[in-house]
Design a protein around this ligand. Structure first.
Ligand code: TTP
Ligand code: MG
Length: 399
């Protein structure tokens, strides 16, 4: 494996959700801000750097976080706002290089190999990315630069927050020698314990045993461990494939069996899905309704339309029809809408009339124009607003 030729950048935003809140609400700056589910079963999504000295971290039960930092500011978070900022950050990266792989809502890899001739040294590119993100969003990020994805990701974590760590190829053996085994991807608490039994706590110690030793011990996993411990990884930076479906779902703060409440959520989700489809200039033929009951049983129902659609009203009417046909024997915990089976837009006249009326299309256009100008929350169809003042949804954040 030859990893010396590539220059890989990994970028990860600092305390992402909490930092966005601190930018949008300046009164929160410098304060411990904790984002997550605020109900009894809620967990922490993230905490600002001011909250971290109290021991608060992602995935911790919210009740524990409240005990650790009673004066903290606890917020349920605004997923769509974070997704919007995430898209804008990815656009800044794509401006520098087309080879950008979005790894999660706040992290991405870039392959800068060959970019240096055009854009200057990789470290300068990294600094200019950090500057642009800060100037446009007042947000800081941390970047790792290394000969492969694995090392770049480790690098971005080393000097957080607002870090920039370069791991040159020549320094890799020394860097790996002292790196704790727990930093290796796929090495969880169990593997760490088994390695400790062998007297191994650093990657350097793994490398003291031969490839044959690790293969005999743990097979394929042992082989992967051996190469990773030497800082070798030939994973490619793969720009995301085009979406095959577009969806939105929400977990309710309180389970409900009330169809009208569910339909109001379906309207907001249809709005979101329709807007996304129009933005990416795609239309889909299959509309799917997803319902998760309070015992976690999940049911999906779908309908294939005669014509592909990107129209909010068509999506909404279809999922409402599917809901009407569904028996709600138990309370519902989550509902979701998705559209799939994308088809290219056709300019020639269709044999079938559009299922959405000109009035629906005009309404979609008006909503899109206003949200493009003022953000996604600027205009939400009336029914959604009346629901939101009654019952905010629990955020469901996944990385
Ligand atoms: P991370 O990058 O893991 O965390 P972070 O950006 O908040 O903090 P750091 O400076 O250490 O990178 O995750 C990015 C966002 O993803 C985070 O702000 C909230 C969300 N998230 C969850 O919702 N649940 C989780 O368990 C984790 C780890 C993250
Ligand atoms: Mg982050």
């Amino acid at each position: 494996m030859n990893t010396a030729q590539r220059i890989i950048l990994h970028l990860d935003m600092d305390a992402f959700f909490a930092s966005v809140e601190q930018v949008d609400q300046p009164s929160l700056r410098g304060k411990p801000v904790i984002i997550g589910g605020l109900s009894d079963r809620g967990v922490v999504s993230t905490a600002s750097y001011e909250a971290r000295p109290y021991g608060i971290h992602s995935a911790m039960p919210m009740a524990t976080a409240r005990n650790l930092c009673p004066h903290g500011i606890f917020l349920s978070g605004r997923r769509r706002r974070y997704a919007q900022i995430s898209r804008q950050i990815m656009a800044i990266l794509q401006d520098c290089s087309p080879v950008v792989e979005k790894a999660s809502i706040d992290e991405a890899y870039m392959d800068l190999t060959g970019c240096e001739r055009l854009l200057g040294p990789a470290e300068d590119i990294a600094r200019s990315i950090k500057d642009r993100i800060f100037h446009q969003h007042e947000l800081t990020c941390s970047i790792g630069l290394a000969p492969n994805k694995f090392l770049a990701k480790i690098g971005s974590d080393l000097d957080k927050p607002d870090g920039l760590r370069v791991i040159p190829p020549a320094s890799v053996p020394e860097f790996m020698a002292s790196l704790p085994v727990s930093k290796l991807p796929g090495v969880g608490a169990k593997t760490v314990a088994r390695l400790h039994e062998l007297g191994i706590s650093t990657c350097g110690q793994i490398s003291q045993f031969s490839l044959e030793f690790w293969e005999a011990k743990w097979g394929k996993r042992g082989r992967a461990l051996f190469y990773l411990a030497q800082g070798q990884d030939d994973g490619q930076v793969v720009p995301r494939r085009k979406a095959k479906s577009c969806g939105a779902e929400d977990t309710f703060a309180r389970d409900t069996a009330d169809r009208e409440t569910i339909k109001t959520w379906l309207l907001e989700q249809s709005e979101e899905v329709g807007r996304s489809l129009r933005k990416i200039k795609s239309r889909g033929r299959t509309v799917t309704l997803k319902i998760k009951f309070n015992d976690f049983q999940t049911v999906t129902r779908n309908r294939t339309l005669a014509q592909p659609t990107d129209c909010t009203q068509v999506i909404y009417r279809t999922v409402c029809g599917l809901l009407d046909e569904m028996r709600l024997s138990k309370s519902v915990r989550l509902c979701g809408v998705s559209v799939s089976q994308f088809q290219a837009r056709q300019s020639q006249l269709s044999l079938f009339p559009e299922q959405n009326s000109p009035r629906d299309r005009n309404l979609d256009q008006a909503v899109d124009t206003i949200t493009a100008k003022f953000g996604n929350r600027a205009l939400v169809r009336g029914a959604v607003l009346s629901l939101q003042t009654r019952e905010p949804s629990e955020p469901k954040e996944t990385k």
